[in-house]
Design a protein around this ligand. Structure first.
Ligand code: AMP
Length: 260
């Protein structure tokens, strides 16, 4: 199967960057791992366009609950604002609901989940009961700490068109205003220096062991997150292709319902 990238995502790309890329495989269930600010969300959106499979971002799902004022949103808001993790049972339940939706049948890109060993163990147990049988493949994106701080604390976004800017690397033409629709830009409440410090501490203590969990499972690659968006995307796609072809012998036995 061949999928053409459409670039319908809401991310500004360098004008000189390639505008289309051919991908000739489906990656199935994918996990993007890495510290806050490495670009998991941005790359997940590009991969979603490239492969036509959904991004499942637990941060986005939780922010949706906060906006809607659900019980889950009310429980999560303060923890999120402080850069702390939301309890595993709440997040696992939310992910279980999302993975039951029909649009994940050909695969999906998990972004921001699992973030603890308990979440990873829960996912290992849940996956065999889900609607497809390809094993999860994991790619870790790595970026130096100082670059992460600038990416996070400089991040601004347009609440209307969702375009993402950065005060240091990709500022809007007029300070604080979206280039496209002139809407005032917003700053995520957990993108402050204080919350960044707390999020990095949570990452080091709770999420770093999750990386080892997937490294030990074997279907795992690490890539350098420095460079242009298309360069990083290319590294991820190469890793996904390698991981899937390395597992293809097992997969052909397992994936009876996988589309050809
Ligand atoms: P993100 O947009 O992925 O950076 O997530 C924003 C915030 O949502 C995090 O700092 C946590 O408070 C919360 N969050 C997102 N995903 C998870 C998760 N898998 N487990 C616990 N909390 C999460």
């Amino acid at each position: 199967m061949t999928t053409m990238r459409t670039h319908s995502s809401l991310i500004d790309l360098d004008e000189d960057a390639p505008t289309s890329a051919q991908v000739d495989f489906l990656p199935g269930p994918v996990l993007l791992l890495g510290a806050p600010g490495v670009g998991k969300g941005t790359q997940a959106q590009l991969l979603m366009d490239a492969f036509g499979i959904p991004q499942i971002s637990t941060g986005d799902l939780l922010r949706h609950h906060v906006r809607e004022g659900t019980d889950l949103g009310r429980s999560a808001k303060l923890l999120m604002d402080q850069g702390q993790l939301v309890p595993d049972d709440l997040v696992n339940g939310m992910v279980a609901d999302r993975l039951a939706a029909a649009d994940v049948a050909q695969g999906y890109i998990l972004d921001g989940f699992p973030r603890t060993e308990a979440q990873a163990s829960w996912l290992d147990g849940a996956l065999p009961g889900l609607q497809h049988s390809l094993p999860l493949i994991a790619v870790r994106i790595q970026v130096p700490h100082e670059a992460l701080r600038r990416r996070i604390t400089g991040r601004r976004s347009c609440p209307l068109c969702r375009r993402i800017y950065n005060l240091y690397t990709h500022p809007p033409q007029t300070s604080g205003i979206c280039d496209v629709d002139q809407t005032p830009l917003t700053h995520r409440s957990d993108d402050t220096v204080e919350a960044f410090t707390e999020r990095m501490a949570e990452y080091e203590t709770k999420t770093a062991p999750v990386i080892e969990h997937y490294r030990l499972q074997g279907r795992f690659r690490e890539i350098d997150g420095a460079g242009s968006l298309p360069e990083v995307e290319g590294r991820i796609i190469t890793s996904l292709r390698d991981l899937r072809s390395a597992g293809s012998a097992d997969v052909s036995k397992e994936a009876r319902s996988w589309p050809s």
